[in-house]
Design a protein around this ligand. Structure first.
Ligand SMILES: Cc1cc2nc3c(=O)[nH]c(=O)nc-3n(C[C@H](O)[C@H](O)[C@H](O)COP(=O)(O)OP(=O)(O)OC[C@H]3O[C@@H](n4cnc5c(N)ncnc54)[C@H](O)[C@@H]3O)c2cc1C
Length: 425
């Protein structure tokens, strides 16, 4: 029997065909890490259609971690951060719209509007717009010069301040603030870190790791002021800046660096009516509430099986994995299982790594002294390792990662015994 309305099976088949048919034009907004990986994956998975990569920076996709480390220290050139060598980037045959800002998504027409008035239509769209450094919100912030660190340009502006004879106040004792502090100190500047919470990196690590970080910075001559409330900042006639604290004290410095978090660039998505909540909400294939639009990286809020909830991660690994996942999903391909979250930070030559989500409710089993040069802390739920944090212990952490991924039961006493290798747990 013929009918205007397809039956259930035919409708399903039509829907599958619609999602798996090769898209003629795939547009990626945001030429950062997630955007770069999405472009790379589209081609490596055989997409031969029109691939447009739009970014409001002038650089090809690049990795941001070195910006607070080797680039800021002046040890490597900014071009060393590029995700792909020029030939490899060319080989992707992207239409690269550099220095171009998308200002509107017209979902009805499936077209984008650029800041220069140009329009571009898409079949599938991948949002990799990342985030921007949160601006300081204290009295005087608008009239007092300060630095933030998100882009190559930011790193190049800040770098000359970090030298002997200069004093820097870093506002914010999170990862970016601490890495800037470490680099500044290593380059010879006097550094004070001002943190509102009672411990460093309070949002992301348990107290014992905050302690480790505090000790590390103290040992390198960085002053850390915890539980500090800033009442205002100002610039004096001498060109020096002053940071005033609620206890009446003041800090005078040559430069203020704000490391007070990231604001996800989700305005385009919100204005287009996509579901957002502190970022663009996606499913595990990075699909937004519009089936033809995907989001990946720092801007995406995704279900995370390792956390057991939906969250937005700001990490190198997440940007890469989600860029790959979004590209695969846009091509109608299956997406890999969510990998165990991993984050690292380098400060004063100490490499700190975090696998999973360490919680205060976990039982901590230490291998090595938490404030020593090298240690691994395992975070157990019952006898199962759920997370691990370590300093200068990359090899042991790789084994810890395996334990977490395999959700294997361990003997906590053996785990704590440094004479029993991690590989034998
Ligand atoms: C200084 C620094 C150090 C870091 N160190 C570490 C580390 O040690 N370990 C770790 O795991 N992670 C680290 N990270 C985090 C990691 O780099 C980020 O999670 C990652 O870069 C996120 O990638 P993304 O592609 O989502 O966003 P981004 O890399 O921010 O890319 C987004 C791009 O989209 C552009 N864009 C936004 N809106 C528009 C628009 N409307 N039109 C056109 N373009 C637009 C932005 O300008 C930007 O270029 C660090 C980040 C920074 C800033």
């Amino acid at each position: 029997m013929n009918s205007e309305r397809p039956d259930g099976a035919a409708a399903t088949a039509a829907a599958i065909a619609a999602t798996t048919a090769p898209a003629a034009t795939i547009v990626i907004i945001g030429a950062g890490q997630a955007g770069g990986w999405a472009a790379r994956t589209l081609r490596s998975e055989g997409f031969t259609g029109r691939l447009v990569l739009i970014g409001d920076e002038t650089h090809p996709p690049y990795e941001r971690p070195p910006l607070s480390k080797a680039v800021l220290a002046g040890e490597v050139a900014p071009a060393s951060t590029w995700l792909l060598k020029p030939e490899a980037f060319e080989a992707l045959r992207p239409e690269w719209w550099a220095d171009m800002r998308v200002v509107r998504i017209d979902r009805g027409a499936k077209c984008l509007e650029m800041s220069n008035g140009e329009r571009l239509c898409y079949d599938k769209l991948i949002l990799c717009t990342g985030g921007r450094a949160r601006a300081l919100a204290v009295p005087g912030a608008e009239s007092t010069p300060s630095y933030t660190l998100r882009t190559i340009g930011d790193a190049l502006s800040l770098a000359p301040e970090l030298r002997p004879g200069r004093s820097i106040v870093v506002i914010g004792g999170g990862w970016i603030g601490l890495e800037v502090a470490a680099t500044a100190r290593q380059n010879g500047a006097e550094v004070t870190v001002v943190e509102a919470q009672s411990r460093l990196c309070e949002r992301t690590v348990p107290p014992e790791i905050s302690e480790h970080l505090l000790g590390l910075h103290g040992a390198h001559g960085t002053r850390v002021v915890l539980g500090a409330r800033i009442t205002g900042i100002a610039q004096g006639a001498d060109g020096l800046s002053v940071v005033a604290l609620a206890d009446g004290s003041t800090l005078t410095c040559h430069a203020i660096v704000a490391g007070v978090g990231l604001v996800p660039n989700d305005e385009l998505a919100r204005d287009a009516g996509l579901e957002c909540d502190g970022g663009v909400i996606v499913d595990r294939s990075c699909r937004t509430s519009d089936p033809d639009i995907f989001a990946a990286g720092d801007v995406a809020v995704a279900p995370n099986p390792w956390a057991g909830r939906r969250l937005r991660l700001e990490s190198w690994q997440n940007a890469q994995d989600q860029g790959v996942a979004a590209a695969r999903a846009a091509l109608g391909l299956p997406v890999d299982e969510e990998s165990l979250p991993w984050f690292w930070s380098d400060q004063y030559g100490v490499n700190l790594q975090i696998y999973g989500f360490p919680l205060r409710s976990h039982r901590v089993v230490a291998r090595g002294t938490p404030c020593g040069d090298s240690f691994v802390l395992c975070y157990l739920d019952g006898d199962v390792v759920r997370a691990a944090v370590g300093a200068n212990a990359a090899r042991d952490l790789r084994f810890a990662r395996r334990l977490i991924e395999q959700r294997r039961q361990v003997d906590p006493d053996r785990l704590a015994d440094p004479n029993v290798p991690m590989a034998k747990q």
